[in-house]
Design a protein around this ligand. Structure first.
Ligand code: CUA
Length: 198
């Protein structure tokens, strides 16, 4: 195996780098500012670590993998399974596929003041999704399922835009979301197949 010589070589390089740093003259004031910067960095990394380990705050793509090339053939992201659905626990789940250059489905109707779990996959390149004036924003990394749960407080029409440059048609990549008052939504809770683009 090649790994061991590489590791010892890197340790050697690191030692040389440290001894080089020791020969540098660092002004007292500079040293103070370096210390302050290091303390701030350590503090921020500490917050991220505590959030990740104890509060379960992780990136939206929680390393749930999927084969992008065949995602549309999978059971979950097959065309007739996309859109708004209520699962057996009453949770509302929205499944969408991002591809150059659209989101499928093109239009969604969801209830206001209700937690909604979005699950996204990309079938080609890196896309993003952003719903302006809400906190719904995530990257859709090929090979991973991005999951975000959020609540829309106010009814209205919202655009749903791609916010990662994905090619020449990037600025035409969007869908719309109609957020409907909670009481009015229930009647139309089944996903309408007609809203799926072909
Ligand atoms: Cu998809 Cu930009």
């Amino acid at each position: 195996m090649q790994t061991e010589p590489t590791i010892s070589k890197n340790i050697q390089l690191f030692r040389e780098f440290v001894s080089y740093l020791r020969t540098l003259h660092i002004d007292n004031l500079e040293q103070k500012w370096i210390t302050i910067a290091m303390v701030i960095i350590a503090f921020l990394v500490g917050i991220i670590t505590v959030d990740a380990l104890f509060h379960g705050i992780n990136p939206p793509s929680k390393v749930e993998t999927i084969d992008s090339a065949s995602a549309h053939l999978s059971k979950e992201f097959a065309e007739d399974n996309l859109g708004v659905q209520r699962d057996e626990n009453g949770k509302i789940i929205v499944r969408m596929v991002a591809l150059r250059y659209s989101f499928i489905p093109k239009h969604l109707e969801i209830p206001a003041e209700t937690p909604i779990t979005f699950r996204w996959v990309s079938t080609d390149v890196l896309h993003g999704v952003n719903i302006p004036m809400t906190n719904m924003s995530t990257m859709i990394v090929p090979g991973y399922v991005a999951e975000v749960t959020t609540t829309f407080p106010k009814p209205g029409e919202y655009p749903l835009l791609c916010n990662e440059y994905c090619g020449l048609g990037h600025n035409h990549m969007w869908s719309t979301i109609a957020v409907i008052a909670k009481e009015d939504w229930v009647a139309k809770s089944t996903p309408a197949p007609s809203t799926l683009t072909k």
